[in-house]
Design a protein around this ligand. Structure first.
Ligand SMILES: [Ca+2]
Length: 511
């Protein structure tokens, strides 16, 4: 692993998030001691501008399906330009038995009619160093990464070029495979270092990679917008669908990059060790941003050491701003049923819903944080319902005294330890304006209050449902004690609706 950031980490520079609810003003709690407040995330996903046409039009094929061949595509890709296909009006499949080398900047547009099919024998596209490659309206299927020129067997469908860029829009990736050894992966896509990967409105299904079942991104900026990841699997390690290791070319300088996911759907992905859906590792001052995403039914299985951390998400080693997202029914073999974070930097998590996630397996001695586990957690405006930890902290397992919880609903969470303690929270957190139910005093061993001032009442919540906005939420009954009980909530609720009067507890504002 390229983990230079571990050494570069200066504990002295780490800022502890201080204070009671008073420090949690604005959008989730800035820090009086100098840490900037969390990023303001946009209320709808912003698509990055597409690369401009290169001005050299290249047509592949003469109008017949037979003319659209591996060789014809190779010839066009070697010279680059604005490549399009002329293969007749019907969908066409081009079998790729020898990977297509993209040797100059290219925009390859399949027009929604072209499938590149590797039959499980060959990678589909490989870009040279410094090449800027864009693909549009293409389907990539059955690619297998091969170690070309001694390079890594990463990126089963496409391997981007070092110090170049890879821009993917309106594409489909199915059943691509990569990563036979070591630090290889990205069943569909791989970006080597000093590059940038952009993915918009694309779908990834059943891809498998050693690390990162679908996407592997090394020391490069990454933006994924409005894309869907279903049933991808990492076969040797972290990141069932997405794996990142750094967002900028160097890990030990002051230049940071960004890894951003917005409007994405992760469902049924399986990872090993860390991050059932996504392993987002970076090096501060890199930043991690997750907005308006849903993570449902993802799973992280144990690695050789027995760890399975973050059923959906395992961010790490950089500041995280996560908002307006849903985590439902994810499962971690050990800790953090939905999310586990190492706590080297602050994680701001707001206006999000965590439902029925699970940490640990019945009968196991592991299982901390049914929904959330980690350090330096700044939690504001969460609805955390029906999560289960096998050992401790059915809702939140905070490993430190710096984490805080505000304006949140902690309802019906449980822990299966024999003492009846820590059903919802491992410890009493900083912060205020929370509701906890059922009454912690009625637990067998007397449960911990998540914050000292919790309201203990039935919150009268609805079930998980489409209540407007990009992700599902749990609605509040107008008679709920959560209505107007908050202070200093994020400006918008999970759906993007404004607060009405005093803010309501949880991720949903009654309108
Ligand atoms: Ca209100």
């Amino acid at each position: 692993m390229t983990r230079a950031g571990w050494q570069a980490e200066s504990w002295a520079a780490l800022v502890v998030v201080v204070g009671s609810s008073g420090a949690l003003g604005g959008c989730g709690g800035g820090d009086a001691r100098g840490e900037p407040p969390p990023r303001e995330l946009p209320s709808s996903c912003v698509e990055p501008p597409a690369p401009a046409p290169l001005g050299v039009e290249v047509v592949i094929g003469d109008g017949t399906p037979e003319s659209c061949t591996n060789e014809a595509l190779e010839e066009a890709a070697a010279a680059g330009g604005d490549l399009r296909f002329h293969c007749g009006g019907a969908p066409v499949t081009i079998t790729i038995t020898r990977e297509v080398r993209v040797r100059a900047d290219a925009i390859i547009d399949g027009g929604g009619l072209v499938t590149l099919e590797g039959l499980g024998r060959s990678r589909l596209l490989l870009a040279d160093s410094h090449v800027h490659l864009a693909v549009r309206r293409l389907r990539f299927r059955g690619g297998l990464a091969t170690a070309t020129d001694g390079g890594w067997a990463s990126g089963g469908a496409i391997r981007g070029g070092w110090a170049g860029s890879l821009d993917v829009r309106d594409c489909v990736f199915e059943d691509n495979v990569a990563g036979s050894s070591g630090e290889e992966g990205g069943g569909a896509l791989d970006t080597p270092s000093a590059s940038r990967m952009t993915i918009v409105r694309s779908t990834f299904s059943r891809n498998r990679g050693g690390l990162g079942g679908a996407v592997f991104n090394m020391l490069s900026g990454l933006t994924i917008i409005d894309s869907v990841f279903t049933d991808n699997e990492s076969t040797r390690g972290a990141g069932g669908a997405v794996y990142t290791d750094g967002a900028s070319a160097k890990t030990d300088d002051a230049v940071g990059g960004t890894i951003e996911l917005c409007g994405c759907r992760f469902s049924g992905n399986v990872g090993i060790g860390e991050g059932g859906a996504a392993f987002l590792f970076a090096y501060s001052p890199d930043e991690l941003i997750v907005n308006q995403c849903s993570f449902t039914d993802n799973e992280v299985r144990p690695n050789a050491e027995g760890d399975g951390l973050g059923g959906a998400l395992r961010p790490g080693n950089a500041r995280l701003t996560l908002a307006n997202s849903l985590f439902a029914r994810n499962h971690a073999a050990t800790h953090g049923g939905a999310l586990w974070v190492d706590g080297h930097h602050t994680s701001f998590i707001s206006s999000s819903t965590f439902v029925e996630n699970q940490a640990g397996t019945a009968g196991s001695e592991h299982g901390y944080g049914g929904a959330l586990s980690g350090k330096k957690l700044v939690l504001n405006g969460l609805t955390v319902v029906g999560n289960v930890a096998e050992r401790s902290g059915g809702a939140v397992f905070a490993e430190d005294d710096a984490s805080s919880l505000a304006n949140s609903l902690i309802v019906g969470n449980g822990s299966n330890n024999p003492w009846g303690i820590a059903q919802s929270c491992r410890s009493t957190l900083r912060g205020g304006h929370n509701l906890q139910w059922p009454d912690p005093a009625l637990a067998k061993g007397e449960d911990t209050r998540c914050t000292s001032d919790v309201i203990v009442k039935d919150p009268r919540l609805g079930g998980l449902a489409a209540n407007g906005g990009p992700t599902e939420t749990l609605a509040l009954d107008p008679e709920s004690p959560a209505v107007d009980a908050g202070e200093g909530c994020p400006a918008l609720d999970q759906r993007g609706q404004p607060r009405r009067g005093a803010c309501d507890l949880g991720a949903y504002e009654l309108q």
